[in-house]
Ligand binder design. Structure first.
Ligand SMILES: *Cc1c(COP(=O)(O)O)cnc(C)c1O
Length: 341
């Protein structure tokens, strides 16, 4: 039976979702002669600035409904990125202690600002084992979002559910990124469940296992190499990634992701993360193909996140130079294609 605390907690999550409302679809201007429309689902409008917000909300609701999180449970997860910030936000909303176990080099400032605690671990790959052990020791709940994302119950609040309520006619292509893989799986499954003719493309950065894993049909493909594009690309195929519902994976050079993220910022004013650049670059590849074939219609992409802190990541020349990312030739190609932003 669901107790008073749990009932109130789930109601609070539902209210938070209603207050946040659906994220907007933004028109991204393209040359009119192409006859193609591009819109971007702007997840930076989420209260924590990115699309991990919905996944964190769904995972908390699920863990509460199944009795794994109760009043006072300390919630633990191995993550240093935007997922940690979203989890810290929901832990605070529900009055629960939260601990993020992250690699030594990462910044826990976003988590700490929301009242969460950070534990720094070295080597980076030890975070998973440390998070499991810590939650065991203190009798907490290990959210384990890479694994639990595979069985997430979105309760109608996935990006896909919301998107199809907004777009009208089904777009030709929907372009998503894959970190956990949960967003792309939700889109691909909905397209198929509704018998829609739109196709799903996943934009994948360098070093990621998703492109080679999808292309070769190997469900356990691993590169063992971390992605440099925050939020997307994984060293191994994650359990939530559903190859069977992905029509195409588009590999995107990291320097192109950086150039495209800068371009999005110039057009929209949003300090988007590099993953949004990966998404736009892949969308533009599909769009130029449509243009060249005289195909008309719509493509929908995703602004995965944005925030001040990205002024010190992909929008910062020193950041890009330190990673050997020569984005200028790609910026040139974008200007040739789209004109000056
Ligand atoms: C996590 C993330 C994605 C991918 O979402 P998943 O559902 O985890 O695959 C895309 N963009 C950004 C910015 C992200 O943080």
């Amino acid at each position: 039976m669901i107790d008073g605390w749990a009932a109130e907690a789930v109601a609070r999550l539902d209210r938070e979702r209603e207050d946040a409302g659906p994220t907007p679809l933004r028109d991204f201007p393209l040359p009119e002669a192409w006859g193609v429309r591009l819109r971007l689902k702007d997840e930076s409008a989420q209260p924590t600035g990115g699309l991990k917000h919905r996944l964190a909300r769904a995972l908390f609701a699920q863990a509460i409904a199944s009795g794994r999180i109760t009043e006072g449970t300390t919630v633990v997860d191995a993550t240093g990125g935007p997922m940690a910030v979203a989890e810290a936000y929901f832990a605070r909303l529900l009055g629960l202690p939260y601990i993020a176990v992250m690699p030594k080099k990462s910044s826990g400032a976003g988590v700490e600002r929301l009242g969460g605690t950070c534990r720094y671990v070295d080597p980076p790959l030890a975070v998973y084992e440390q998070a499991a052990r810590l939650s065991e020791e203190i009798g907490g709940h290990h959210l384990d979002h890479y694994r639990s994302a595979a069985e997430v119950d979105w309760r109608g609040a996935s990006l896909a559910d919301e998107l199809f309520g907004q777009v009208g006619d089904c777009p030709r292509w929907i372009v998503a990124g894959a970190g956990t893989g949960a967003t792309s799986a939700a889109i691909g499954r909905l397209l198929r469940a509704r018998g829609l003719r739109g196709r799903l493309a996943v934009a994948d950065p360098e070093n990621s296992a998703y492109f080679p894993g999808w292309a070769t049909g190997a469900p356990d493909y691993a590169t063992g190499m971390p992605s440099r594009i925050e939020g997307v690309g994984r060293p191994r195929m994650e359990p939530a990634f559903d190859s069977a519902v992905v029509d195409l994976v588009v590999p995107v050079p990291d320097a192109a992701s950086v150039a495209a993220a800068r371009h999005v910022r110039q057009v929209t004013g949003l300090a988007v993360g590099a993953a949004t650049g990966t998404n736009l670059w892949a969308a533009l590849e599909l769009i130029t193909r449509m243009r060249d074939r005289g195909e008309r219609g719509e493509v929908v992409g995703v602004i995965g996140d944005a925030g001040e802190r990205h002024l010190a990541t992909c929008h910062d020349d020193a950041w890009a130079a330190a990673r050997g990312l020569d984005w200028r030739p790609y910026a040139e190609r974008l200007r040739d294609l789209l004109g000056e932003p």
